[in-house]
Design a protein around this ligand. Structure first.
Ligand code: MN
Length: 293
């Protein structure tokens, strides 16, 4: 059985929300096409803690939102407005450009807990049109003493209507105490993010705050739990190109990112606008922006 490489996440903030960024880290940039993984919260809503994420742009990626607790309203420049609750999936494809917000639907009590992931888009779609999909009731399967829910992609005989453009899969695993083998696609690299509890993988304990990476070649992985745990298993074919990431942009070169930044700055129509009460996010230009001419 393959031994996991365990990389610590780093603490970050998205607005007022504390997150643990498990991808990218210094030790690992991608897992298949997955290039970004934030573990959101858990955090408690209050009157003055709404955890809104104001409108901001993306290029070259698909965002996956998966909540364990709380709710969000997704709004985007395609005109989409979609409430998401735990157990549902939002998949947004940015292609050449999209702007979206993730807003508090009116909660001032309870917890917010979830993950947001990005998939790098392949060349075939990354310059194409934006799209948004919501999956109300994703496929679920009992696995021994646990429940596997297919977030995106295909696995364990299940296929989600939410399909990454590059070959990739994400499963939520709700595990009781025990030991079980979970099937893997041998051509994929995989990683496990524990959201609640602890999972022992290859003899090493994995808890919230780190990512356990598994290289391709294994057709299953044994997961041991001493108490209940909730984890996210992601996988995909190793991404054939090196992605360049800055702010909310995924590309192949600094020049592509500079062009996207300039288009957003100038409201030039590439990104469109979101029908939101929140002012859109702005950032200082990338460090190489002024020197490119
Ligand atoms: Mn976003």
């Amino acid at each position: 059985m393959s031994v996991a490489q365990i990389t610590p996440a780093r603490a970050s903030l998205v607005g007022e929300l504390a997150v643990r960024r498990a991808l990218p880290t210094r030790g690992r940039r991608t897992v298949g096409p997955w290039c970004f993984l934030d573990h959101l919260g858990p955090a408690t809503y209050r009157d003055d803690l709404r955890y809104d994420v104001a409108p901001h742009p993306h290029i070259g990626l698909q965002t996956v939102t998966w909540l364990l607790e709380g709710a969000m309203v997704h709004r985007d420049s395609l005109g989409s407005e979609q409430l998401i609750r735990p157990g549902q999936v939002n998949l947004m494809s940015s292609g050449d450009g999209v702007v979206h917000s993730e807003e508090n639907p009116g909660l001032n009590r309870g917890e917010l807990h979830g993950v947001q992931l990005w998939l790098a888009q392949p060349d075939a779609t990354r310059h194409g049109a934006a799209a948004f999909a919501h999956v109300e009731d994703p496929p679920r399967l009992e696995v021994g003493d646990g429940l596997a829910t297919l977030v995106v992609g295909a696995a364990m005989g299940m296929a989600s209507p939410a399909r990454p453009d590059a070959e990739g899969v994400a499963l939520e695993l709700r595990l009781a105490r025990g030991t079980r083998a979970v099937a893997l696609e041998p051509a994929f690299e995989h990683a496990l993010l524990v959201c609640e509890g602890e999972v022992v993988l290859g003899g090493e304990a994995v808890a919230p705050g780190s990512l356990a990476y598994l290289e391709p070649g294994a057709d299953e992985v044994e997961l041991v739990t001493h108490e209940g745990a909730v984890a996210l298993l992601i996988g995909g074919a190793p991404f054939p190109e090196t992605v360049v990431m800055w702010w909310n942009f995924v590309a192949r070169s600094h020049e592509e990112i500079a062009r996207a930044y300039e288009a957003y700055l100038k409201h030039d129509g590439r990104f469109g606008e979101v029908d939101s009460a929140l002012a859109r996010l702005e950032v200082a230009p990338p460090p190489w922006f002024g020197s490119r001419r």
